[in-house]
Design a protein around this ligand. Structure first.
Ligand SMILES: [Zn+2]
Length: 231
C-alpha cells in the first residue's frame, strides 16, 4: 500500500478520536501547543531544565483552561540540543524533527492502547533525553500490519508485561513517568505510528534529521490520523 492509501486506511479505522490517555479527561480540555524553535515563550526559560518545563506546561494549561497540551508532529525543536544523543557534526544530520505527537499532562496519567493489538516489545531507553520506559504494540487490521509506540512511561509500566500479551483498544497499558525516569522531561506521552519497524525492539527513533525526514515521514504517519484532535 502506498503512503497516501495507507494514511487513508489509518484515518478510516475510526470516525472518533482514539484515546491514548485517560478517557476521564474530556477532549474539550485538550489544547494545542507548539514547542518548535519558532515559539518565543521558549526563550523565557531554560529549556534544558525539566522542572522549568513543568512550570511552563502547568502555566500554559492553566492559562488555556486545559488539562492536556498536545502537538508536535514534524515540529522542528531546539530542546534536543541539550543532549549528545541527538547530535551530529553536520547541521542537517542533527536529529531535531519530532515524529510523534506529545500529550503533556500529569505524571501517572493512564496510558491506553489506541487499538486492539499485542505487545511487540518494551524497553527502558535510558539515554539522556530518550524515552525512558517504552512499549511498542503491534496491530493487524485487515491485511495491514503496523505499530504504535508509547514513550516516557513509569518503570512499573514495563515490569509485568510480556511480549505477545494481547491488548484491547482502550486497555490501560501503562502510566506516565516523571522526569526521574522519562528521559528528564516534564511528564508527557510520546505517541508514534510506525509502519515498518525493521529490527527495532522496544525503541524506534522519535526524532529525525532533516536529511532523513523523507523516509521517516512515510514510515511514521501523522498520529492525528488516529487521534483526530482538532487543531
Ligand atoms: Zn515526543
Amino acid at each position: 500500500m502506498n503512503t497516501e492509501k495507507f494514511n487513508q486506511f489509518l484515518s478510516q479505522i475510526s470516525k472518533e478520536s482514539l484515546a491514548v490517555i485517560d478517557v476521564q479527561i474530556s477532549l474539550e480540555s485538550y489544547y494545542p501547543i507548539a514547542i518548535s524553535s519558532q515559539n518565543k515563550d521558549l526563550l523565557q526559560f531554560d529549556i534544558s531544565s525539566s522542572s522549568e518545563w513543568e512550570t511552563y506546561i502547568k502555566l500554559f494549561l492553566e492559562q488555556n483552561k486545559a488539562k492536556v497540551a498536545f502537538g508536535g508532529y514534524l515540529e522542528k525543536r531546539n530542546i534536543y540540543d541539550r543532549s549528545e544523543y541527538f547530535k551530529n557534526q553536520l547541521e542537517n544530520e542533527k536529529r531535531n524533527i519530532h515524529l510523534g505527537i506529545d500529550l503533556w499532562c500529569g505524571e501517572n496519567t493512564k496510558v491506553l492502547a489506541a487499538l486492539d493489538g499485542e505487545v511487540h516489545s518494551f524497553k527502558n531507553n535510558k539515554n539522556y533525553g530518550d524515552y525512558g520506559p517504552t512499549i511498542i504494540l503491534k496491530h493487524q487490521l485487515e491485511s495491514e500490519t503496523f505499530y504504535t509506540l508509547y514513550g516516557h512511561l513509569t518503570l512499573a509500566s514495563i515490569e509485568d508485561i510480556k511480549i505477545g500479551d494481547l491488548v484491547l483498544k482502550g486497555n490501560i497499558i501503562g502510566y506516565l513517568g516523571d522526569s526521574s525516569v522519562n528521559g528528564d522531561y516534564a511528564p508527557h506521552l510520546h505517541f508514534q505510528i510506525i509502519r515498518d519497524l525493521e529490527v527495532n525492539f522496544g525503541d524506534y527513533p522519535g526524532v529525525s534529521s532533516e536529511e532523513n525526514i523523507t523516509f521517516y515521514k512515510k514510515n511514521c504517519p501523522d498520529p492525528n490520523l488516529l487521534l483526530k484532535f482538532l487543531v
